[in-house]
Design a protein around this ligand. Structure first.
Ligand SMILES: CC(C)(COP(=O)(O)OP(=O)(O)OC[C@H]1O[C@@H](n2cnc3c(N)ncnc32)[C@H](O)[C@@H]1OP(=O)(O)O)[C@@H](O)C(=O)NCCC(=O)NCCS
Length: 405
């Protein structure tokens, strides 16, 4: 163990490679930064802990938007959180998190956690569940696709941002939890560094075109050749599948589930209400598993609550506690419906009490406020307020986070 002081500061543009180098070592992956990675770096949003001349901790936020119930809002996409092994368990992560959360200009921060036990103490909560599939392709029985007047084609990574950008934006309007991508972010996302393929082939980009030739769905996937004792046992890894039209959704999945030579298909980022279940006659062959996906932390409670929309009309006073961000403490009156929302500080008596963690969990409509009443983390003071607020915070479509960032 090294015993020393450290300082926290924002990184500078020329420190990108050192910054990512430290994070890569903490996560145990090989870093090979590209010019595009350097262009996408926002140094003023990248915090570094420095001990002498050494980087010993990192955390950065990316400026991107996120779909939430009824709206698309700016959200700090937090990533590259790492502390050098020689300096762990002495508070560097805590210092990085509390400074970052107090400084983000957005009303919420989001992240994917490497380990479930890390971020709850900072007010983050899992707000979207992810479903992963490990499909046994020898066993699964996909239903046939009827009435598809369109076609499936391959697309190059160069063409993809222009062709798929509008489609993803439209998908954001349909599902909460989806991160937006500028053209440059698309290019970053589609970089296909050989050292990150895990032995799989280069990324394949498929699009479905409707009868008029318009792209109405896409899938990103890779294959891996494998040979088992009884013959070919190739593996198909689906990275992302987005479709706006039911035919596109059915056709793309049918294509991927019926590839010759393949024995297994993996897909990691499905929603809990993923319609794939309906496309096979024996869903048990999908081998589904539930896990935490997107974590949310409201950094400005009234602004965040006013930015989303509500499934049913709501008028409720919530007493909020927040140990980290002082301005979030107090009583706020939330009024809203499917079209608008306001949230303002008030002296009125509270109908409900909750900490910022429970409000963050319920923010995307993927978890119910009432879930937390059972353990006393949400307290109802006015009879009926909990079920009314739970219904309002819910949303007809479950959130999904398509990418681990
Ligand atoms: C996770 C990591 C960033 C923690 O950094 P750190 O500086 O050691 O954390 P801190 O000393 O500030 O710990 C703060 C608290 O979190 C706890 N904690 C730290 N890492 C934890 C983990 N992986 N699981 C559960 N709790 C953890 C600490 O015990 C401490 O608890 P306490 O406040 O009750 O004492 C560091 O261990 C790391 O770099 N791990 C590998 C990379 C990684 O997983 N990064 C996260 C990517 S999402």
């Amino acid at each position: 163990m090294v015993d020393s002081e450290y300082v926290l500061r924002a990184a500078t543009a020329d420190e990108h490679d050192r910054f990512i180098g430290l994070f890569a070592t903490a996560m145990m992956f090989e870093s090979s930064p590209s010019d595009l990675d350097r262009e996408l770096f926002e140094p003023e949003r990248a915090l570094v802990a420095v001990d002498g001349d050494d980087f010993v901790g990192t955390a950065k936020a990316m400026s991107r938007d996120l779909s939430v119930p009824g709206a698309v809002v700016d959200a700090a996409h937090v990533t590259a959180v790492g502390v050098r092994a020689t300096h762990r368990r002495r508070g560097i992560l805590s210092a990085l998190m509390s400074r970052q959360l107090r400084e983000v200009p957005e009303a919420l921060a989001i992240l994917w956690a490497s380990e479930s036990g890390i971020y709850g103490r900072f007010g983050y909560a899992p707000a979207a569940w992810g479903v992963s599939y490990e499909v046994d392709l020898h066993r699964v029985r996909p239903r046939p696709v009827d009435g598809d007047a369109g076609r499936i084609e391959a697309l190059s990574a160069e063409e993809a941002p222009a062709q798929l950008g509008g489609l993803l934006r439209e998908f954001q309007a349909r599902r909460p939890g989806v991160s937006g991508r500028s053209e440059q972010v698309w290019r970053g996302q589609l970089q296909d560094k050989p050292e990150h393929r895990g032995g799989r082939m280069a990324r394949q980009i498929l699009v479905h075109r409707d009868a008029a030739g318009a792209v109405d769905g896409y899938a990103l996937w890779r294959g891996k050749m494998n040979w088992g004792p009884t013959g070919p046992a190739n593996e198909v890894a689906v990275e992302e599948l987005v479709a706006l039209a039911p035919t596109a959704y059915r056709a793309l999945w049918h294509y991927l589930l019926t590839l010759d030579l393949a024995a297994k298909l993996d897909y990691g980022n499905a929603a809990v209400d993923e319609p794939l279940l309906q496309l096979v006659s024996n869903p048990v062959a999908l081998n589904r598993r539930l896990s935490e996906s997107l974590w949310v932390r409201l950094t400005d409670v009234p602004r965040a609550l006013a930015q989303r929309r509500y499934a049913t009309a709501v008028d409720v006073v919530i007493e909020v506690t927040d140990e980290l961000i002082e301005a979030n403490n107090g009583r706020f009156r939330l009024t809203g419906d499917t079209e608008h929302a306001t949230c303002e500080r008030t002296d009125a008596t509270a109908d409900l009490s909750a900490s910022v963690t429970e409000l963050s969990a319920a923010y995307l409509g993927g978890r119910q406020l009432a879930e937390f009443a059972a353990t006393g983390r949400v307290v109802e003071h006015t009879p009926g307020a909990l079920s009314a607020a739970t219904a309002a915070f819910g949303w007809p479509v479950a959130p999904v986070s398509l990418e681990i960032f």
